[in-house]
Design a protein around this ligand. Structure first.
Ligand code: NAP
Ligand code: ZN
Length: 357
């Protein structure tokens, strides 16, 4: 905490119970090149859940979660010309990078070894970063993106992490070409965005889900072309060898061999879900058919802006359930039970942040 900094009111988890409650702290005073943002909405990503419950073993309590921020600029520091007070902007998973490494130099700053995460990260001054479950964030202009006016600010918030995390590898691996067949594993926050982008790209999209109850919505409202229940061996077998690419968004331990069997020869699987339990990858599952497995971590700031612009043009936003901060602990329990269609978003500006739940 910076002494004499800007007083901020947020909600934090204090221990691995993950229970959130009001928390007062201070942020750095706006510096040259910084943008001060009043938080309007912040999505609840499954990563927030992994972190506040210390499932990845890296929580630095108190943890103020939140890395899917849409807000309005209230002030800018010297040298900021790209943004002005009143602009609607977004902040995602990271808020700084070194600017000097090979990843930063090639536009892949999301892979910078010194990446500063928006929440539960370590800032250049050694402070633990605090996320968007708070009334104000102060972020360097280079890590702020513009949110198209055509998008609703609540539905746009999940684009800042869930959206770019699926859009970026789809662009990188050519899984954005009309007529190609995309498999989306796990119909949650990330998964439903992958379905929307896949359909906007003109692809054939198949959802592979552990929840038979999601079939109707997947095929109806979300516009997927087919729906497979992952534990139905007959359905999975019938679709073997049919997909050009698969985005695996599953948040819990699961078998990936049956998923790899869905790929065509030389098909591309992209793992974005981050279960704490290791995935099992027997060599035969990728040797036969020359299949490829890659990981992907969010996307660069340029990818994020391109994704938002694309979403703005095509009217793509997340399907959200907007809740007050006083509901956040219930929302997290429901997210853990896979009971959300398809993203909780906290109405931060509309919540009384100092009221205990
Ligand atoms: P989410 O909304 O909870 O969605 C995850 C989906 O996984 C669920 O909707 C469910 O879909 C499926 N699932 C859950 N438990 C399962 C189980 N035991 N077996 C099979 N399927 C199961 O989570 P999210 O916010 O989309 O995040 C998904 C994962 O991506 C998390 O691990 C998160 O940390 C990670 N993540 C990674 C990045 C990155 O940069 N790589 C960025 C953001 C998030 P069905 O009901 O359809 O099966
Ligand atoms: Zn996230």
């Amino acid at each position: 905490m910076e002494q004499g900094g800007k007083p901020v009111l947020g909600w934090a988890a204090r221990d691995a119970s993950g229970h959130l409650s009001p928390y007062r702290f201070s942020r750095r005073v706006q510096r040259d090149g910084d943008v001060t943002i009043k938080v309007l909405f912040c999505g609840i990503c499954h990563t927030d859940l992994h972190v506040i419950k210390n499932e990845w073993g890296n929580a630095m309590y108190p943890v103020v979660p939140g890395h899917e921020v849409v807000g309005v600029v209230t002030d800018v520091g010297t040298g900021v010309t790209k943004f002005k007070a009143g602009d609607t902007v977004g902040v995602g998973y990271f808020v700084d990078s070194c600017g000097a490494c090979e990843s930063c130099g090639t536009g892949h700053e999301n892979y910078c070894p010194n990446l500063v995460l928006a929440s539960n990260g370590v800032d250049s001054d050694g402070a633990t970063t605090k996320g968007g479950f708070s009334d104000v964030v102060v972020v360097s202009k280079d890590y702020v993106v513009r949110v198209p006016e055509s998008l609703p600010p609540d539905g746009a918030a999940p684009l800042l992490c869930a959206g770019v995390t699926v859009y970026s590898p789809m662009m990188q691996y050519g899984l954005n070409e009309p007529g190609k067949h995309l498999g989306v594993v796990g119909l949650g926050g990330l998964g439903h965005m992958a379905v929307k982008f896949g359909k906007a790209f003109g692809m054939t999209v198949t959802v592979i889900s552990s929840s038979p109850g999601k079939r109707e919505e997947a095929l109806g409202r979300l516009g997927a072309d087919a729906f497979l229940v992952s534990h139905d061996a007959a359905q999975m077998k019938a679709a073997a060898g049919s997909m050009d690419g698969i985005i695996d968004t599953v948040s819990a331990g699961h078998q990936i061999v049956p998923l790899l069997e869905l790929l065509k020869p030389m098909g591309q699987m992209v793992v974005v879900g981050a279960p704490s339990k290791p995935l099992e990858l027997p060599a035969y599952a990728i040797i036969a058919g020359g299949k490829r497995v890659a990981g992907n971590g969010v996307g660069s700031i340029a990818d994020c802006q391109a994704m938002l612009d694309f979403a703005g043009e095509h009217g793509i936003a997340a399907d959200v359930e907007v809740v007050g901060m006083d509901y956040v602990n219930t929302a997290i329990q429901r997210l853990e039970r896979n009971d959300v269609r398809y993203r909780f978003v906290v109405d931060v500006a509309g919540s009384q942040l100092d009221a205990t739940a």
